[in-house]
Write a protein that binds this ligand. Structure first.
Ligand code: FAD
Length: 404
């Protein structure tokens, strides 16, 4: 039995334990995690870790001594498969039963797999865990041709890291532009041009019909029957929140576990945070959203920890995110979905510019490419939903802070 059990040792779970101790929580804490490693940063998996620029030890969120000093226990390499919200117990896949006072569910999600034939062949990879990337890196020296399926951030980052190794990289996206779900067209077109300029073959509006091969992958067959020869296929088509045990225990679920502003699920003494938690968010055009970002994982963790120790806390953080591709540092603040006007600030040809998104005349989001100042100064515009004219926004001689 532990006073607080945290299921999932990723960004959200780790931060929840850290925040509990910061809030002077004196009870016992255990983190149960399916992966064998201590909590580590996931973003470098498709960036510096994949490119070999960072070794794994530098990815650890805290060194082993940190957790020991704060008396935070770990049960690693075990997956929680059952929760009994009445008895306040849970079971792992090794048969272990653990009792809890409060439960924090922080399980993130599993990579969505292709549903077509051949999706399970050797050489087909996802990028979600260290083990995924180590497996991929293990095959890389024998691979020349790589097909990336999915033009979201992870697919694009992987393509940029792998083309640097001199591999022939083709990226296939079903929609007619990359980043279609998360950014406006100007940003998509800019990144498409950058990837092409770096030698990535981009196939847009292209469906995948199956993965070809016997034991190992040989190629990707597209909907138009073209076959892309491939030694490695990387699938980056999103995640499915890992919420089954909670759903079976009776928690209200939608696209994720539903939580309130204090990160409480509909079950007593059970909280959910991070990639697996669907919550009302004033920055989301649809109201309820499930965010996949380090910011959201960390901020929800702090809210859950404070609520557990009896402090007032409500989740109301401004969403932010980043992506590194080549020498381009993208920083985004706010959520652009549902914008009615996108204003270009600066010239994409200079490779330093921003796109400012408006809805009903108010700033709702900013994508800043190699434009740290716009990102930093634009945060307040997004947070306060400031009204600004497109002409003022586009005027790069005026700092964004002057528009607030
Ligand atoms: P996770 O970090 O996924 O941790 C969940 C943990 O729970 C996992 O270890 C999982 O194995 C474990 N688990 C799942 N089910 C169970 C179970 N039943 N029992 C026990 N353990 C379980 N975000 C950004 O903001 N910026 C970026 O640049 C960025 N880049 C990314 C690049 C990649 C390749 C990936 C994969 C993600 C990236 N993200 C980025 C997203 C960010 O990493 C996630 O939002 C963040 O990790 C979410 O934290 P989490 O704790 O909710 O989930």
């Amino acid at each position: 039995h532990y006073d607080v059990v945290i299921v999932g040792g990723g960004h959200a779970g780790a931060q929840a334990a850290i925040a509990l101790r910061q809030e002077k929580f004196a009870g016992t804490i255990a983190i149960i995690g399916a992966e064998p490693e201590l909590p580590y940063e996931r973003p470098p998996l498709s960036k510096d870790y994949l490119s070999g620029d960072k070794v794994f030890d530098r990815l650890l969120i805290r060194p082993a001594t940190f957790w020991a000093e704060r008396d935070i226990a770990f049960i690693l390499g075990e997956r929680v498969v059952k929760v009994d919200a009445t008895a306040r117990t849970l079971n792992t896949d090794t048969g272990r039963q653990v009792g809890y006072g409060e439960l924090i569910w922080a399980t993130g999600g599993e990579p969505r797999r292709l549903s077509c034939d051949g999706h399970h062949l050797r050489g087909v990879h996802a990028i979600r865990t260290r083990a995924d990337v180590d497996r991929l890196l293990g095959e890389l020296s024998h691979a020349e041709r790589i097909v990336v399926i999915g033009g979201g951030y992870i697919g694009l980052e992987a393509a940029s890291a792998l083309v640097k190794f001199g591999k022939a990289v083709t990226l296939v996206e079903t929609l007619d532009r990359v980043l279609a779900r998360v950014a406006g067209e100007a940003l998509s077109r800019f990144y498409e041009q950058e990837h092409r300029a770096h030698g990535v073959r981009l196939l847009l509006a292209s469906g995948v019909s199956c993965i070809e091969g016997d034991d190992s992958v040989r190629g990707v067959r597209l909907a138009d029957d073209e076959i892309l020869p491939a030694d490695i296929v990387i699938v980056g088509i999103g995640i499915i929140p890992a919420i089954e045990p909670l759903a079976e225990a009776g928690a209200e679920v939608g696209n994720g576990v539903m939580v309130d502003a204090q990160c409480r699920t509909s079950l007593p003494h059970i909280y959910a945070i991070g990639d697996c938690a669907a919550h009302a968010n004033r920055f989301a055009s649809g109201g309820v959203i499930r965010l996949e970002s380090v910011q959201n994982a960390n901020d929800q963790a702090v809210v859950a920890a404070r609520t557990i120790v009896g402090r007032e806390a409500s989740y109301d953080a401004v969403p932010w995110f980043w992506s590194n591709q080549y020498d381009l540092k993208l920083q985004t603040v706010g959520l652009s979905t549902g914008f009615d006007t996108a204003v270009l600030r600066g010239d994409p040809a200079s490779r330093a510019f921003s796109v400012v998104y408006l809805r009903d005349g108010r700033v709702i989001a900013i994508d800043a490419v190699n434009a740290v100042k716009d990102y930093v100064q634009g945060r307040a515009l997004v947070s306060n939903g400031v009204e600004a004219s497109p002409a003022d926004i586009a005027d790069t001689t005026r700092p964004l802070k002057d528009l607030g």
